[in-house]
Design a protein around this ligand. Structure first.
Ligand code: PMV
Length: 396
């Protein structure tokens, strides 16, 4: 079965080396795809993936979900999605999606679209009924985007089903009805990152522990626009336990989606300067991450957060996602840093909530600062204590 040739294998005509590598990689995955008859089996797989917070931001895309500039993020620990897929042999593709116990056709439609667009890589889905169940560990009303964590967790589950099927076809036919367990760690994280990216850009970075880099940069050999790479072994120990406290300024749904925001970069007159600056920031941040230079880290991280929001303000039409309390918190954080010399800084996602980033040694002081000074600026006094985490994890 496994030896049949996948009809979607692509011809290598391009002379461009990046395209060539991508095509080679895609062809490898296409040739490995399980295209035989799915045996009569059923089961359940489960994975968790965290959200991530970008330091150098991805804002602006091109082609098939490719970034206009490289980005670097911390992988979080407590803010994550836990996703399960129940699967069974069927005559045709069947799909349903449940979020926190309730069927959610809107989110399900996004995953279904992703699966159908990529069915050449996962042809076995046409012989499976999939019931997806997902939940987030962070509150609904927190305004934290969950697409990075949920899409990457879904992709990890999908790759595990594929790995089971491949194991099954490689094992003896006598084992047809007993599903072999894939050995933990056998899922190719580069492939997981590639497909997570296709599902939701920044999800590409969520599968890796500690920190990830997504996007081609001269500063890092092996970096790619197509998938993220782990920076776990390239960073100073201080960053491996870094904290991120998320101050929930507003839990409202964003007025402008990330998708629309990325699209508006196309007409933004500052876009070329922004992409050049992001590349420069990646180089300098990368050096600071290696050496543990917190001053440079703070300088670049805060500048990136403000640039992201400045780009929104000078898009056409323009939009503002910060709230008055976002600015109040930023001002207080900067004052606190100047007064105490504690190396705390802020970053922002595409929304009003403020992420406070600081080394583990500052946790007690920052905790006191938040509780005594910043909590009044948070919606319903909500803040989430998080830190750098270990990436994707198998749940079953
Ligand atoms: O992955 P998307 O399409 O939701 O875009 C993410 C954009 C930012 O969160 C603002 C920046 C980033 O790099 O994560």
């Amino acid at each position: 079965m496994k030896l049949q040739i996948n009809p979607y294998l692509r011809g290598l005509k391009s002379q461009d080396s990046t395209k060539r590598n991508t095509m080679e990689m895609e062809n490898k995955w296409l040739s490995e795809a399980f295209i035989g008859e799915v045996p009569d089996f059923h089961g359940r797989v489960g994975w968790q993936c965290p959200s991530n917070i970008a330091l150098v931001k991805y804002w602006g895309k091109r082609g098939k979900q490719l970034p206009q500039n490289p980005s670097i993020s911390f992988t979080l620990s407590e803010c994550r999605s836990e996703t399960f897929i129940n699967f069974e042999k069927a005559d045709r593709f069947g799909f349903s999606f449940f979020f926190e116990g309730k069927e959610n056709p809107a989110f399900g439609a996004k995953i279904e679209k992703f699966l159908l667009e990529n069915q050449a890589f996962f042809p076995f889905i046409n012989q499976l009924n999939l019931k997806v169940e997902s939940r987030n560990t962070f509150p609904h009303s927190s305004g934290i985007a969950s697409s990075a964590s949920s899409m990457s967790a879904f992709v990890m589950c999908l790759l595990e089903i594929e790995s089971m099927l491949s194991g099954l076809s490689a094992s003896s036919r006598a084992l047809r009805n007993s599903v072999p367990e894939p050995v933990e760690g056998t899922i190719d994280l580069c492939k997981a990152s590639y497909f997570s990216r296709l599902a939701s850009g920044s999800a590409a970075r969520s599968v890796f522990p500690k920190m990830a880099l997504w996007g081609k940069t001269e500063a890092y050999e092996g970096s790619s626009d197509e998938y993220a790479v782990s920076l776990e072994n390239d960073i100073h120990p201080v960053f491996k336990t870094y904290h991120d406290s998320i101050l929930i300024v507003s839990g409202e749904t964003k007025a402008v989606s990330s998708r629309a925001g990325h699209a508006l970069m196309e007409g933004n007159p500052y876009a070329p300067a922004r992409y050049a600056q992001a590349n420069e920031n990646i180089k300098n941040l990368f050096a600071a991450l290696k050496s543990g230079d917190l001053d440079t880290f703070i300088n670049i991280t805060e500048s990136e957060a403000l640039q992201l929001h400045a780009l929104m303000m000078c898009s056409n039409p323009s939009f503002i996602l910060m709230k008055p309390n976002t600015l109040r918190i930023i001002e207080m954080v900067r004052n606190f840093r100047n007064e105490t010399q504690i190396p705390i800084c802020f970053t922002l996602d595409a929304g009003p909530n403020v992420h406070l980033l600081y080394p583990e040694t500052a946790a007690e002081n920052v905790g006191y600062f938040v509780e005594s000074k910043l909590i009044d600026y948070c919606a319903d006094n909500q803040w989430i204590i998080d830190k750098v985490g270990d990436g994707s994890k198998k749940l079953l």
